[in-house]
Design a binder for this molecule. Structure first.
Ligand SMILES: CC(C)(COP(=O)(O)OP(=O)(O)OC[C@H]1O[C@@H](n2cnc3c(N)ncnc32)[C@H](O)[C@@H]1OP(=O)(O)O)[C@@H](O)C(=O)NCCC(=O)NCCS
Length: 227
């Protein structure tokens, strides 16, 4: 997958799809995927941190307002399987093009954060998350440290990021980074970890990708996901 590409791609299982910036019309679909995938946390993360829905609509709206740009894996699927209600009963992507995974990217001060990585439960483990992460790493500026935070107890997520070149920072560094670059409660700081992309030469973004980096493109399908 090359930077900014919106053509056909394939997940590891061979399923055809494409990676595109999520638009406003996909807000409900993004919300649904996040909350369906977040059920993985049930009984794993501290009980006082888990609630349903895991990501309330207003929180997602705030995150997008704060600059998180969601990219999505759109699976090419039969039209009949594309209908699913969102919080407002709203729509999905056009029939035959179903969003099944999302991942956000956000510049905060001098760093870039990977935010809210979620793949529909039935598609987890098929390479969708890996393809999305590779896409975001290629879009991110090589001049900015790349960080990701997750629950300490979500061992699968930690392994997922480690396999893609991230390494855990020390507990002290974790506290410092979470307080500096994230806007989260103290309890979440206590129960989270932070990983940083290892300093190795990165596949830097092309000029075209730089234009649409972080979802700042102007084309109709690069409209930010807002509602
Ligand atoms: C973490 C997550 C985004 C990764 O996306 P994904 O599409 O499942 O990722 P991939 O398929 O690219 O890679 C998952 C890895 O776990 C393995 N795996 C096997 N079965 C799996 C399963 N049922 N679920 C997840 N991963 C599985 C895969 O083989 C792969 O390992 P590999 O890279 O060594 O081959 C996704 O699993 C998810 O939404 N999890 C629940 C929510 C979550 O933890 N989010 C992270 C927030 S920071």
């Amino acid at each position: 997958m090359r930077h900014g590409q919106r053509g056909a791609a394939f997940a590891r299982g061979g399923e055809p799809g494409s990676i595109r910036l999520c638009g406003g019309a996909e807000f409900d679909a993004v919300w649904s995927i996040i909350n369906a995938a977040a059920t993985a946390y049930d009984g794993v993360i501290p009980a006082d941190r888990y609630h349903v829905p895991y990501m309330p609509v207003d929180e997602l709206r705030r995150e997008i307002g704060a600059g998180v740009r969601f990219w999505g894996w759109h699976e090419t699927a039969p039209a009949a399987s594309s209908a699913r209600p969102g919080p407002a009963g709203g729509g999905w992507a056009p029939a035959g093009d179903r969003l099944v995974g999302v991942m956000g990217i956000q510049d905060v001060d001098d760093v870039t954060l990977i935010r809210h990585a979620y793949v529909e439960p039935t598609r987890q483990g098929t390479g969708v998350g890996g393809a999305l992460l590779a896409h975001l790493l290629a879009l991110a500026s090589p001049d900015r440290p790349l960080l990701v935070g997750t629950w300490a107890a979500a061992s699968w997520a930690v392994r997922f990021y480690e396999r893609h070149g991230f390494a855990l920072v020390t507990p002290d560094e974790k506290d410092r980074l979470l307080r500096r670059y994230w806007n989260i409660a103290d309890r979440q700081v206590e129960t989270s970890v932070v990983l940083r992309l290892r300093e190795e030469p990165r596949d830097t973004a092309s000029d075209a990708a730089t234009d649409e980096r972080m979802g700042r493109g102007t084309g109709p399908d690069t409209e930010p996901c807002t509602r």
